[in-house]
Design a protein around this ligand. Structure first.
Ligand code: LER
Ligand code: MN
Length: 271
């Protein structure tokens, strides 16, 4: 069975969360009432973050945690893996903390923009370097039984590893296909980068471990031109049983996101 989660932020506000960090508990109540199976939680750093308390809150509502969204630290702290040695070290340490938290929460850990933006030149060298810098993170994840999900991100946000094919190749070839690393496929990026939704799902194959839902304009599904019924049916037909997680801007409005989420999830489940 495919599971669903919305993005909720725990520390710092983001346009992807329909509740502010201060409203986190209200967001959990809404997620439960809307029929979600779990929540995707944005955590930037662990200053003052009580993971056992978060786990207790989720358990009380019988909600899972799909993945830890990690990218906020890149803009807030200017850290990344494709960066200077001090920044690389800080980013690796941050991922160890994310992995420890994920082990408690039973979630995955996202490797998105915190890998760094890269530059258009010397793609091959940067992919090799990134794989090298991810190595201790992957080893730590493996030891802790946590899955890292590597996301293809469109060309306007990053210089490399933009498409589903590139993300899947990076995991399989450059990282050596470890069991503890999968691909996060974001249909908003896919609409820009991938030849078709079908081809993307096919090329990722058994490495597909998480899906981000936002429409072609990054509004809530239904306000752009992505065929979500078609995508959902393809995922279902392939036996995908991980999360589809909403990561869209609060558009057309935060009220619309909050109101539409439950009916949209019910609609997809009925397909
Ligand atoms: C993160 O999941 C993502 O999709 C990035 O585009 C965030 O800006
Ligand atoms: Mn995404």
């Amino acid at each position: 069975m495919i599971k669903f989660s919305p993005t909720l932020t725990l520390q710092y506000d983001t346009a992807f969360s329909p509740f502010t960090a201060a409203e986190f508990d209200q967001g959990l109540q809404w997620a439960k009432a809307s029929g979600f199976d779990g929540v995707e939680v944005c955590i930037s750093n662990y200053n003052g973050v009580d993971i056992p308390a978060l786990k207790a809150k989720l358990d009380a509502l019988q909600l899972g945690c799909s993945t830890l969204s990690t990218g906020q630290a890149r803009t807030l702290e200017k850290i990344a893996l494709l960066s200077d040695p001090v920044s690389v070290e800080r980013t690796q340490q941050r991922f160890y903390q994310h992995i420890d938290a994920a082990a408690v929460l039973g979630s995955k850990v996202t490797m998105g923009l915190l890998r760094g933006l890269g530059v258009p030149e010397h793609q091959e060298a940067q992919k090799k370097l990134l794989a090298e810098q991810m190595k201790p993170i992957v080893e730590y994840a493996d030891k802790k039984g946590v899955t890292i999900i590597f996301e293809g991100i469109n060309r306007y946000e990053t210089a490399l590893l933009c498409s589903a094919a590139e993300a899947a190749e990076f995991v399989r070839v450059y990282l050596g296909n470890p069991d503890c690393v999968g691909v996060l496929w974001d249909v908003f990026h896919a609409n820009i980068e991938d030849p078709s939704m079908e081809a993307a799902i096919e090329v990722i194959g058994d490495k597909l471990k998480h899906v981000h839902f936002a429409d072609s304009n990054r509004w809530f599904p239904g306000y752009g031109h992505i065929d979500f019924d078609g995508v959902y049916k393809m995922l279902k037909a392939r036996g995908y049983s991980e999360y589809c997680s909403f990561e869209c801007n609060n558009l057309p409005s935060v009220e619309a996101v909050r109101t539409n989420a439950g009916p949209f999830v019910r609609h997809l489940r009925a397909l």
